[in-house]
Design a protein around this ligand. Sequence first.
Ligand SMILES: *Cc1c(COP(=O)(O)O)cnc(C)c1O
Length: 366
Amino acid sequence: MQPKKNIVHLPVYKPGKPMEEVKRELGLTEVIKLASNENPFGCSPKAKEAIIAHVDQASIYPDGGAVELTAAIAEYFKVETNQIIFGAGSDEIILMLARAYLEPGDETIMANTTFPQYKHNAEIEGAVCIEVPLKDGTHDLDAMLAGINAKTKILWLCNPNNPTGTMNSHQEVAGFLSKVPAHVLVVLDEAYAEYNVSGQYPDSIGLANQYKNVIILRTFSKIYGLASLRIGYGIGHADVIRSVNQVREPFNTTGFAQKAALAALKDEQFIADCREANAKGIVYLSAQFDRLKLNYYPAHGNFMMVDVQRPGGQVFESLLRKGLIVRHDPSWKLPTMIRVTVGSQEQNEKFIGALELALNEVAVEA
Ligand SMILES: *Cc1c(COP(=O)(O)O)cnc(C)c1O
């Protein structure tokens, strides 16, 4: 047996250790996970009710077209229903876009460093990844434009960028799209859009209505707090949505996810409260990093990337021993950076306490 040539080099996704295992191994009673940008406040109580109310339908296949939820999203954003697609998380929409658009030898452009799923799925399809270095932690849109040629199929723009948390403004993205040739599909991955309080965030729906070659990705996993249910959506031109639908599995989102997402979308107060708490958390963490004389990127999502001026992997391990799980990934090639999810105020304070201890434990590299 011989698997496809272009997958044999791919790493198998290494999930973080389950919290219970971390507790047992390290003899800790409390573990705080600020590693996956999950919502520290869970999800809307209305979403919980919707999940419970759906229990008797567990034996029935879900609505493969997610008709009710599609109508709600269309109404919410004032777009047509044929401009919307759902995936098992926006991760699955990334996969479907790669599957629908990328052939071996095609080129696709993404930042380095950004969300790893673009490159992962592009490589499975045998596409060539053109990775454009970030500038000050932000997408370098001019350099990305310069990377476009006749072979370019998809350009991925993660905004705010994961893992750095930086943002490209409406003005920047609009200017950029006016220069992108029509044969290139631009994916605006906006997993953290609902957290934005900058006043500069792109009006991406307006841009998607203006440019046929734009698709927006959003998710219910982050501010909506439904990561375990796996549901996200894309909004774009009907032709693009149709192509993605052609490769979609018939029942790719569950009935539980659809019902919970519908209830979560309607609970605008919960979202507003989470957004406000997150913004306060960023102010708090920024002030603490300033006090500790640590540099950090301006944060526009629900996470911050901070330069701990020491090997990030060692600071990660030291924090783990204190019951705090953050994120450090050698593949970022940002050796002294860690990424931390903004938690509740209590979690943020515990993180800062543990970070101060960790900074004393781990030597600054000469
Ligand atoms: C979390 C995240 C996603 C996808 O999350 P799903 O749970 O698959 O919806 C997509 N893009 C970015 C940048 C993310 O951080």
